[in-house]
Design a protein around this ligand. Structure first.
Ligand code: ADP
Ligand code: MG
Length: 427
């Protein structure tokens, strides 16, 4: 039996959706340090129990209002209900009773007077206008939630117990949302068939960009918190949650090359996939989420290898080499993936950024267990590789660009912002 949101829950969701999401920067996320204390974790959980419902609520509202009957597709409704259910779980998790001393410690030293708990602004009994800035659209004060907490002393056990419960709840939610990308894709496919459309238009494209970008952000916050909770008891050097403060570009690139070549050999039945040459300073490290970087490298490399094999023919003994060049600047780390796979006609360039655009004839079966952020992905065929990789790049202030020379090859530029002080992009 599937879960259905009540009328009342939908009203609460609409209320939360009237607040803007609050962006967090990579810098802020690492302020927790390598071994967060119980108090710090608790404060982070309080931020999430405010912020996640706002973000989930926006997605529920948007899914409910999709145009031209897309909102009526079974798969879309299923996804909407997952978002609503997760919203309900977070907003109804009972908070611990805290003595006034603990509350004071959690607030930290008083800085500004009337630093009011933003919880009040989310309370459904208050009208949105009560937040005091006229528009009623106040974001959360991330500086307060993310400031490191000076807490040498012990915290009451209820706090640690709540932290564990909160993290367990997030794990369940994260797992529930694993199949979101494929399920939405299924919904769009059903709808395209029903509407007899070949391509998705720009309004659906920008919905998907927003939706998947928001998903990256939500999963980042959730993944970060779950990992931080684990690290509060087992320290993991160089890691703050899922952020690695010393992400080694060369090691990740080598691994991605190996994986992409393996998938390529498997797919085309090749003994030896086209070679990839890597030019990268061996000790180049920066602060990033290794999982995101691996994803982008793997997807772009698979595209290059496929183009090389299909342009030159799988029966070729020797293929032109694909080059991966890593440059270290002050502002950006740029990775160029340069192939001789025949390029892309100029007229098709805008299409490669649209979801579900692929030049693979038979789309592989959509496996509901498949998750765009896993690495079980097949060689090609979903048309999600480039658009999702670009979202990952943009999420931390970078970008992904593609320049093609039709008849010769393609250069993909992956720009990664190493200052990482920019906040999450939230529309
Ligand atoms: P998929 O790989 O599943 O088809 P992508 O979003 O990764 O989806 O790529 C979309 C399309 O862009 C590919 O089907 C291919 O036609 C084209 N493409 C991407 N990268 C390259 C490349 N390096 N060389 C030639 N064509 C490419
Ligand atoms: Mg691809």
């Amino acid at each position: 039996m599937s879960w259905k949101p009540s009328e009342r829950l939908m009203q609460t969701i609409a209320h939360y959706a009237s607040f803007p999401p609050t962006g967090v920067s990579l810098r802020q996320m690492v302020q927790f340090g390598e071994k967060p204390s119980t108090g710090t974790l608790f404060r982070a959980s309080q931020f999430l129990s405010e912020e996640l419902p706002v973000r989930l609520a926006h997605r529920v509202e948007e899914l409910t209002r999709l145009p031209d009957g897309l909102n009526e597709m079974t798969s879309i409704k299923k996804v909407r209900d997952w978002y609503a259910q997760s919203f309900e779980e977070i907003t109804t998790l009972p908070r611990p009773e805290l003595d006034s001393d603990t509350r004071k410690r959690l607030l930290g030293p008083p800085k500004k007077p009337a630093n009011k708990l933003s919880t009040a602004t989310r309370n459904p009994s208050l009208k949105p206008d009560d937040s005091g800035n006229g528009s009623g659209k106040a974001g959360l004060n991330t500086r307060r939630y993310f400031a490191p907490l000076d807490d040498g002393q012990d915290w009451p056990p209820v706090l640690a117990e709540y932290n564990r419960k909160f993290s367990r709840m997030l794990e369940i939610i994260k797992r529930r949302h694993d199949p979101v990308v494929t399920t939405v894709a299924q919904g769009i496919n059903e709808w395209k068939r029903r509407q007899q459309r070949m391509q998705i238009d720009s309004s659906i494209q920008s919905f998907l960009d927003r939706f998947y970008m928001s998903r990256i952000g939500i999963r980042m916050l959730i993944g970060q918190h779950i990992a931080l909770t684990e690290q509060s008891s087992h320290r993991h050097p160089n890691y703050v949650g899922i952020i690695c403060t010393k992400t080694n570009v060369k090691e990740l690139a080598e691994e991605a090359i190996e994986n992409a070549r393996f998938v390529c050999e498997d797919h085309y039945g090749l003994f030896d996939a086209p070679k990839v040459q890597l030019f990268c300073p061996p000790n180049l490290t920066f602060m990033y989420v290794p999982g995101h970087l691996s994803h982008m490298l793997f997807e772009t490399l698979k595209n290059s290898l496929r183009a090389v094999v299909e342009t030159h023919g799988a029966e070729k003994e020797e293929f032109p080499v694909t080059k991966v060049i890593v440059a270290e600047g002050k502002e950006d780390i740029t990775i160029k993936i340069s192939d001789e796979g025949g390029g892309i006609p100029r007229s098709a360039i805008p299409l490669v950024w649209t979801y579900m655009y692929t030049t693979v004839d038979t789309t592989p079966e959509l496996d509901p267990g498949f998750n765009a952020s896993d690495f079980k992905a097949p060689m090609a065929g979903f048309g999600y590789g480039l658009p999702i990789s670009r979202l990952y790049a943009r999420y931390f202030g970078g970008d992904l660009k593609l320049i093609s020379m039709e008849g010769y090859g393609t250069d993909v530029y992956l720009h990664l912002n190493r200052l990482s002080s920019s906040s999450e992009p939230l529309q």
